[in-house]
Design a binder for this molecule. Structure first.
Ligand SMILES: Nc1ncnc2c1ncn2[C@@H]1O[C@H](COP(=O)(O)OP(=O)(O)OP(=O)(O)O)[C@@H](O)[C@H]1O
Ligand SMILES: [Mg+2]
Length: 243
């Protein structure tokens, strides 16, 4: 199953969620691939991999190039953004199925493939949405985050019309401050506006979470904090129930 993790709004926790969910799924023996579609290559950093390597953009630009699959943990592989994301973004005007074709040629034994998207609605995200009908939208439960979510949902409708497909959508609140009254109210409001789409568990804000990529780690690799491990376990459980 292939999931695009998207939100046009930057910094909402797309990459942090993708990598921690992927890390946890691999930890419980699911076979997982993360394709880093963001030239910032932050997903790679979460797994301690900071070399560019031949990646997805190189394969998108040239049929002769195969993206290199890098094993970073037991059951967990990544593909880097590669060297050519800029060239791909400015050059790609027509075929939105290139990523889909590349993914179809990858090994077929992955339980889950995550496409960590950049904060945009450009060609690379169109490629991601052409390759999947499943979408995860991380959103922060604050005013601009909620505005961003509404814009994201209406953009997704436009993509749906453009690509002539519907999307199975999940929303998850990220950087959630459990003691913050505003966050709690906003989360309730997101739930009311999007019944059934929103995860029961929100991804808690924690300094530890923001520091983990420094050491190339995810929560499950790096902490004994019961609160954080329980949090990512509940998110993973709910993800599995919804898939
Ligand atoms: N649960 C969390 N607790 C604390 N900090 C977090 C949490 N999730 C994300 N962050 C921090 O917020 C910032 C943005 O997170 P992240 O890179 O995951 O967002 P993004 O949506 O992928 O960003 P971009 O739009 O640039 O791709 C980072 O500094 C990250 O460490
Ligand atoms: Mg990101």
């Amino acid at each position: 199953m292939i999931y695009s993790v998207i939100n046009q709004k930057g910094g909402v926790g797309k990459t942090t969620l993708t990598c921690n969910l992927a890390g946890m799924l691999a930890y419980i023996h699911k076979k997982v691939l993360v394709i880093d579609l963001d030239p910032q290559s932050h997903s790679c950093s979460y797994f301690g991999f900071n070399d560019p390597y031949t990646g997805i953009s190189d394969a998108l630009l040239s049929k002769k190039i195969k993206p290199r699959i890098i094993n970073v943990r037991p059951n967990l592989d990544i593909i880097t953004p590669g060297y050519s994301m800029f060239e791909f973004e400015i050059g790609n005007k027509t075929n939105s199925n290139k990523l889909d074709q590349i993914i179809k040629e990858l090994p077929t034994d992955y339980d889950y493939i995550f496409l960590d998207c950049p904060p945009s609605s450009g060609s690379i995200v169109t490629q991601a949405l052409s390759a999947t009908d499943k979408v995860i939208i991380p959103t922060t439960p604050e005013f601009l985050g909620m505005k961003g979510l509404n814009v994201m949902l209406s953009t997704l409708e436009k993509w749906s019309a453009h690509l002539n497909k519907s999307f199975d959508t999940m929303i998850i609140a990220t950087k959630f401050k459990a003691n913050n009254k505003n966050h709690k109210q906003n989360l309730e409001s997101i739930r009311t506006s999007n019944p059934d789409l929103v995860f029961k568990t929100a991804f808690l804000e924690s300094t530890h979470v923001s520091e983990t990529p420094t050491n190339g780690k995810t929560i499950i690799d790096s902490t004994k904090s019961k609160r954080l491990i329980t949090n990512i376990t509940l998110i993973t459980k709910e993800f599995l129930e919804r898939t």
